[in-house]
Design a protein around this ligand. Sequence first.
Ligand code: ATP
Ligand code: IP8
Length: 265
Amino acid sequence: MIIVKIGGSVFSDKKGEPENFDRETVGDIAGEIANFYPREDFIIVHGGGSFGHPQAKEYGIREGLPEDWETARYRRIGFTLTHQAMLRANAKFIEAFVEKGLPAFSLSTSSVFITENGDVSYGDLEVVERLLELKFIPVLFGDVSIDLAKGIDILSGDQIITYLAKMLEPDKVIFLMDVDGIYEGKPGEGELIQSLSRTEIDSLLGRLQCGPAGTDVTGGICNKLREAKKIAEHSEVWFVNGKIPGRLSGAIRGDGFGTRIPKTS
Ligand code: ATP
Ligand code: IP8
């Protein structure tokens, strides 16, 4: 089984208009997956991009539900609106996949997982497993979450994948981004790292000076790398460019161009 994360940077321009969607790129990605399905089982997880992140930031969802009634009321509205924005993104994904003949089936992340400070503390994967047995392609997404510590929070697609990898032990996890993989420094400045070991991730995080990232309420590349370190205990991990046709197929076959982190328990 292969888990593919379609990053927000791939399907939308996060600095562009709210809710912009690159239908052509998503169609190409679905087309590549269609060449491997049904021999391979897939789970798709997509990020927030220009859909979830601006709303989540505007309403301060990551700050949780406070005592003060008026602020809490405002956040509850924001919680609902952020979720609706993610449902609109998700509907576009499902359409693009179905158009390529793929039985992509949407699962609302906020109805499957409960978090504690943004990490999954409970997840019911029964439906995901049944869907896979029946040869569907479950599609999850970064979403709002009910949170045991803060009342409400955001659950990143990257955190969902860590949980799925731990529970389902996939053969591979592939992160699609708008750059060729993980760079030693800023993309375009530092060199592309083609092979990275789990144990090298902490020192890389230090060199990248990981801090807050623009409108990304879930921490951008730094969060991704921290999660990749956990995922690589259960699965091989790839970071490839989802905007360039063929790169996803290469990662699926195992001879791809990007950054590969071997499974190391
Ligand atoms: P989302 O979280 O919305 O799903 P995503 O999964 O596409 O988005 P981002 O969180 O946007 O991923 O992270 C990818 C971005 O990180 C790239 O657009 C890239 O420009 C930026 N980035 C910053 N530093 C690095 C680095 N050292 N290596 C790779 N990408 C980097
Ligand atoms: O883009 C964030 O998910 P991510 C989802 O995968 C929201 O980090 C709602 C901002």
